[in-house]
Ligand binder design. Structure first.
Ligand code: KIV
Length: 310
């Protein structure tokens, strides 16, 4: 079972404890208002971290876990407190944070600070960092060196790389170096030009290739196999072929976990959504309405009012 931080399993002290590292907590580990009363406030009980073996157990138990991307302090904190088991600092930051069209241009140096912010803000979730395009393909040594940077400087707990069985030796070298690796197969966005655009992978006879990829990567030590845009039946066959947990995005519901890009899940991004996206909120409209109301208040002289003035 994955360690829980749901209200049912938390003591009131745990629920009142600061998760964040913002002004209220200020790195003291005390709830707001307790500063200065050292020794009287109960120290917040640390939450048990989700580990790779917990995800394995979820698969053994026939359960499911949830994964979302996160790229900053507040989303990490919110998703962590909401009980999301795995946070992915995805290279999708490229086209969801940095304004690029694809995931290809984002660099290690751009992703590392985002990863650090997420890892510092998530008390329970397993934090997985994407190794960006160009940072692991050259050799196993390059992959180990980049993986080490993400664990050491980015404070990630694991990394994810894209690619099939060709990367089995790379995964083996990383795992030997102490870097937990999630393997990403099926549609791999870093190869979108090689794959001819966003296309479903593993249809028909191609299913066998994906199964081979997953088995080779799991045998090499990957703790999890993520599949993107794969027919549900193929994903189910892959899941059945490996002992490790699987995660799907556009891969049906037979995988152990599911992942979505948070801006898609919460309706922050505009434009056309992929078929596999389910939107659970409309943050774009909420934020836009808030910004419009604020702008109108400022222009009309209604903000700031006396209650906001010193
Ligand atoms: O970077 C990312 O967001 C991802 C998901 C699509 C799985 O790799």
């Amino acid at each position: 079972m994955v360690p829980s931080n749901s209200p049912d399993s938390s003591t009131p002290a745990e629920l009142a404890a600061p998760y964040g590292n913002g002004p209220a907590a200020a790195g003291t580990g005390r709830a707001a208002g307790t500063a200065g009363s050292a020794g009287t406030a109960a120290a917040p009980k640390p939450l048990a971290r989700v580990r790779t073996h917990h995800l394995h157990q979820v698969k053994t138990d026939g359960g499911h876990f949830a994964m979302l991307t996160a790229y900053d302090q507040y989303t990490a904190e919110i998703f962590d407190q909401a009980g999301i088991e795995v946070l992915l600092v995805g290279d999708s930051a490229s086209n969801n944070v940095f304004g690029n069209e694809t995931s290809l241009p984002v660099t290690v140096d751009e992703l590392l600070p985002l990863c650090r912010a997420v890892a510092r803000s998530a008390r329970r979730a397993l934090v997985v960092a994407d190794l960006p395009f160009g940072s692991y393909e050259v050799s196993a040594q390059q992959a180990v060196a980049t993986g080490v940077r993400f664990l050491k400087e980015g404070l990630a707990h694991a990394v994810k790389i894209e690619g099939g069985k060709f990367y089995a030796d790379t995964v083996r070298a990383m795992v030997q170096a102490g870097i937990p690796v999630m393997a990403h197969i099926g549609f791999t966005p870093q190869s979108e030009h090689a794959l001819g655009g966003y296309r479903v992978q593993g249809r028909g006879d191609d299913a066998a290739r994906l199964i081979e990829d997953a088995v080779a990567l799991a045998d090499a030590g990957a703790f999890c196999v993520l599949m993107e845009m794969v027919p549900a039946a193929t994903a189910a066959a892959v899941d059945a072929a490996v002992d490790v947990p699987t995660v799907g995005i556009g891969a049906g519901n037979a995988t152990t976990g599911q992942v979505l890009v948070w801006q898609d899940m919460a309706g922050l991004r505009g434009g056309k959504m992929a078929k596999f996206v389910k939107q659970y909120a409309d943050l774009r409209t909420s934020l836009s309405d808030a910004a419009k109301a604020y702008g109108e208040d400022v222009r009309s002289g209604h903000f700031p009012g006396p209650e906001h003035s010193f």
